[in-house]
Write a protein that binds this ligand. Structure first.
Ligand code: NAD
Ligand code: DAU
Length: 354
């Protein structure tokens, strides 16, 4: 079996579902169920004995040691993190705790567990750390895309905490020989993304006729990848990646934020004509402090060495995502709890129209 951390979050839950379909071997899923974790993402597995859910914190070393002893995983896939840049600006402490201290705790307990393995179990063990392209900082309009050797220049507390975790993972390979693999991925979108992030937030606000908040001039660029393609890249990296190495993952789909927002509006006009034109809801608001201008990921390495490539084009993935949210309003209602409403008030209440 494999141990997944953060498997009730957006990417983690997509990964658990994808893994059980593609590989079929059991998963122990350790998740703290913060506001971003939701067992509703995994409801289709409620009677599936291959999925064992454990509620707990990656900072809890006793719990980690017990889970490793009991389940003896052949691999760990580490998603658990605080993941939202805006939250890291308002309140960075939790990002240091989970992303840095939590990753350290997991590495320490994994090191102890791995030291006790022998033969094929030790040979075959892998620790895959899921990270982000944000560790590389911000690109200018004509700069080449991030490669695996681009210098780290994290600009937000979130990015800095992920960079810290990446450095720890690197050090555990270099110093102790722990068989680690790190992946650095661009912006994901798709089902089960918590509606604090741009794409689901805009879809749901458009549904309700609310303003669509666009930070700054709307010309910041992100490189979008459908979440299912991220899951397949992680599976491939786990199976074939070289220990101690890093692999960049991305969709080669650079889009300015305003273009993403207006494309969603156009899809909504077709699917919900009663609200058209949804573009009238676009509202420019005060920019995010330290807002990175552009991300773009060079995926030549994972394509060349591991034979991975994305399968979904951005426009068709975006349409599928809008359709998924419109068809899953019960899920939306279940995650937009009191905490969600407090967050919307904190973040957008503080921003005046620019
Ligand atoms: P998410 O916020 O949707 O989910 C995070 C999950 O981790 C939640 O289920 C939460 O309950 C859990 N968690 C948080 N703190 C925990 C703790 N201390 N112990 C145990 N569980 C805890 O995040 P996501 O968007 O699914 O991102 C998953 C990973 O992928 C993160 O490491 C993130 O940095 C990385 N990543 C995300 C993107 C993206 O676009 N979303 C892109 C590249 C990399
Ligand atoms: O690049 C990978 C990263 O992508 C991941 O590591 C992070 O976990 C993930 O949250 C994401 O970070 P971003 O900050 O790029 O994602 P977000 O959806 O918050 O914002 C996308 C862009 O849209 C960004 O330029 C900010 C802008 N934006 C965002 C929100 C929430 C707006 O213009 N308005 C908004 O209301």
């Amino acid at each position: 079996m494999i141990l997944v951390t953060g498997g009730a979050g957006f990417i983690g839950s997509n990964f658990v579902l994808d893994w059980l379909t593609a590989e079929g071997t059991p998963v122990v899923n350790l998740d703290k169920l913060t506001y971003a974790g939701n067992l509703g993402n995994l409801v289709s597995l409620s009677d599936d004995a291959r999925h064992v859910f454990v509620r707990g914190d990656i900072c809890d070393r006793e719990l980690l040691a017990g889970l490793l002893r009991q389940h003896r995983p052949r691999a760990i896939v580490h998603f658990a993190a605080e993941s939202h840049v805006d939250r890291s600006i308002h309140d960075p402490g939790g990002f240091i705790e989970t992303n840095v201290v939590g990753t350290f705790s997991l590495l320490e307990e994994t090191r102890a567990y791995w030291a006790g393995l022998t033969g094929d179990e030790r040979e075959g063990f892998r620790f895959l750390h899921v990270s982000t392209d944000e560790v590389y900082g911000s690109l200018g309009p004509g700069d080449p895309a991030f490669t695996e050797s681009t210098a780290y220049t994290p600009n937000s507390p979130y990015a800095a905490s992920k960079a810290g975790s990446d450095h720890l993972v690197r050090a555990y390979h270099h110093t102790y020989g722990l068989p680690t693999i790190t992946t650095n991925c661009s912006n994901n979108y798709g089902p089960y993304q918590f509606p604090e992030k741009l794409i689901p937030l805009v879809i749901l606000n458009a549904c309700e006729g609310k303003p669509l908040p666009v930070y700054g001039d709307g010309r910041n660029v992100r490189d979008w990848l459908y979440v299912g393609d991220h899951c397949s890249a992680i599976r491939v990296a786990l199976a074939q990646g070289m220990c101690g190495e890093t692999y960049n993952i991305g969709g080669s789909a650079e889009r300015a934020n305003i273009d993403v927002v207006t494309t969603i509006c156009d899809i909504m006009d077709e699917l919900r004509p009663q609200g058209a034109p949804h573009r009238k809801l676009v509202t420019y608001v005060t920019d995010r402090p330290g807002h990175d201008r552009r991300y773009a990921v060079d995926t030549a390495r994972i394509r060349r060495e591991l034979g991975w490539q994305p399968t979904k084009r951005f426009e068709s993935g975006l349409r599928a995502t809008v359709e998924w949210y419109l068809g899953n309003m019960d899920w939306v209602r279940s995650v937009t709890s009191g905490d969600y409403r407090r967050w919307v008030e904190t973040n957008y209440g503080a921003r005046s129209s620019a």
